[in-house]
Design a protein around this ligand. Structure first.
Ligand SMILES: C[S@@+](CC[C@H](N)C(=O)[O-])C[C@H]1O[C@@H](n2cnc3c(N)ncnc32)[C@H](O)[C@@H]1O
Length: 297
């Protein structure tokens, strides 16, 4: 199969800006930690001063502020609400990659989809999957590639993926669906040919998810900690991976309860393999590591 190509010019850079004073004193550090926790439940320990300064130094330069005292004053001002979105964007870790935690995709292929196909013979329902912290899109596009390859042709029309994240910056990148070649590790050469367009000219070395697959994924902004969620129908599978790790136990418990409400009975919740639900109360059944079932009604 031939890899198709796409043409697009890169956006212009923002230009040079003067460096900011990067000293963060105790009072401002405490203010930022409390504000971040209050609004995102990301709990930054007292050892995270360097992390905050390294993540925010560029933002201070962009705003041409002199230091963190000015930045904290901005956050306290009426314009602070808008800046808070940028702050949480910069602080949250967006690391992700294609086919991350392969065991989940093996579970879908060998356990979930065979059962789905068997049931699907008697009910013509679309398969609904939610990628609940989708970051720059690698997770929902991996799910899309996987479903495109493992659902029989007759069922191809019958699946849809919702993808959400708190960060508007990563959502914009995800919607665009363009990745440098080095981000495609884990995607086979055949999958690249089948599902990506190759960039040419000044986009050489980049690959864009093909339109047919991009159309299967609907990206929208959503803070997992602010239910009610805006969906019309519950999901058969929810991926909520590598985000709960930031939250304290009561927050995790409330989040898992909200996610459970959005699963059909018999649906599955997939969490990151380092995010056991062992320490919290929930109504799900462990099926295998990091895979939970909402018991059928
Ligand atoms: C480490 S990435 C995980 C991406 C993907 N799920 C994976 O496992 O590869 C965590 C993502 O969670 C998002 N996030 C953090 N807090 C969130 C919240 N309260 N609501 C929704 N998304 C959130 C971050 O913006 C980030 O993109």
């Amino acid at each position: 199969m031939k890899t198709t190509t796409f043409f697009r010019s890169k956006s212009p850079g923002t230009g040079a800006v003067p460096p900011a004073n990067t000293t963060l004193d105790n009072e401002d550090f405490q203010f930022l930690r409390e504000l971040i926790y209050e609004r995102s439940r990301i709990n930054l320990g007292p050892d995270k001063r360097v992390l905050i300064t390294s993540r925010l130094a560029k933002r201070l330069r962009e705003l041409r502020l002199d230091g963190y005292a000015e930045y904290c004053a901005l956050l306290r001002s009426p314009a602070g609400e808008k800046e808070l979105t940028f702050l949480i964007d910069r602080i949250s870790t967006n690391h992700t990659h294609f086919f991350r935690e392969l065991k989940h995709f093996e579970f879908l292929e060998h356990k979930f989809l065979p059962a789905w196909r068997a049931n699907h013979a008697t009910r013509s329902e679309a398969l609904r999957v939610w990628s609940a912290a989708s970051s720059t899109g690698e997770e929902p596009y991996t799910i899309a590639i996987h479903l495109a390859e493992h659902l029989a042709a007759a069922e191809e029309g019958a699946w849809q993926i919702e993808a959400t994240d708190i960060s508007t910056r990563v959502l914009a990148l995800a919607r665009h669906g363009v990745y440098p070649e080095e981000k495609l590790t884990g995607v086979s050469a055949e999958q690249v040919r089948r599902h990506f367009q190759k960039g040419v000219g000044d986009r050489a070395g980049e690959f864009r998810v093909k339109a047919g697959l991009r159309e299967r994924v609907r990206f929208q902004h959503l803070n997992l900690l602010q239910p009610p969620y805006p969906f019309k129908q519950p999901f058969h599978v929810i991926f909520c991976r590598n985000v709960m790790i930031y939250f304290d136990r009561p927050t995790q418990e409330a989040l898992v309860a909200s996610l459970t409400d959005w699963l059909v009975p018999g649906g599955h919740l997939l969490v990151g393999h380092s995010e056991s639900l062992g320490n919290i109360k929930h109504g799900l059944k462990l099926v295998q590591p990091a895979v939970y079932l909402k018991p059928p009604a």
